[in-house]
Write a protein that binds this ligand. Structure first.
Ligand SMILES: Cc1cc2nc3c(=O)[nH]c(=O)nc-3n(C[C@H](O)[C@H](O)[C@H](O)COP(=O)(O)O)c2cc1C
Length: 188
């Protein structure tokens, strides 16, 4: 019997934030590949307003874990990539988020779990800057924690999981219309 066709969108739908990791290190080659993916992220006017600091030292990641309200999980990562961006406003925030999501999807494709951690205040971002020697024109808003997900542990509390139904977040043709119009269906 033929096996079912692979679902090309499964990885996109199933990507979740990892917060508990095994102690296994992430190979350097894989980290370089993640940087290569990050490098090719599109940005407004191709400004590429970022600098990425890869941190594999456990003590440094443990220090980063103390620099935010929800950063504690960085203590257990095998590596992190601190993303520092130049400038502010919606477009830079968009560029930053786009790069991070792309790195997280790339990590997933390599079998590596990931989670974003935000350094929540100017004071904590200054601590990050001093710890890693990041110059003043770059703002280290957050880090991507990386490692092999410890699947024996829960990754999030229930209120941080799940999603709204599609009817609540999308409309067809006009706001509030939930039914999809009759339209050609995919063959096969
Ligand atoms: C802008 C942004 C900031 C986030 N900051 C943190 C954070 O500091 N710590 C954390 O554990 N998760 C953080 N998250 C992850 C979210 O909590 C997570 O994506 C959400 O709860 C959905 O979880 P799931 O993708 O595992 O289902 C952040 C996500 C986004 C988009």
């Amino acid at each position: 019997m033929a096996s079912p066709a692979p679902d090309p969108l499964a990885a996109l739908r199933n990507l979740r934030q990892s917060r508990r990791f095994l102690p296994t290190p992430v190979p350097q080659d894989d980290l370089v590949q993640l940087l290569e993916v990050a490098r090719w992220t599109g940005s407004a006017k191709n400004t590429q307003p970022w600098h990425l600091v890869v941190v594999t030292d456990r003590e440094t990641n443990a220090a980063l874990a103390g620099y935010g309200d929800f950063t504690a999980f960085l203590e257990g990562v095998a590596a992190s990539i601190v993303v520092a961006v130049e400038g502010e406003g919606r477009s830079v925030a968009y560029d930053d988020g786009r790069l991070q999501e792309r790195v997280m999807l790339a990590a997933d494709a390599l079998g590596i779990g990931s989670g974003t951690a935000w350094f929540s205040s100017p004071e904590t971002r200054q601590q990050v800057r001093e710890l890693l020697g990041i110059p003043a024109h770059l703002e280290p808003w957050s880090a991507i924690g990386l490692g092999y997900t410890d699947t024996s542990q829960a990754q999030a509390s229930p209120q941080l999981s799940g999603r709204k139904p599609i009817e609540e977040i999308a409309s067809w043709g006009r706001y509030g219309t939930s039914a999809a119009p009759d339209a050609p269906r995919r063959a096969g």
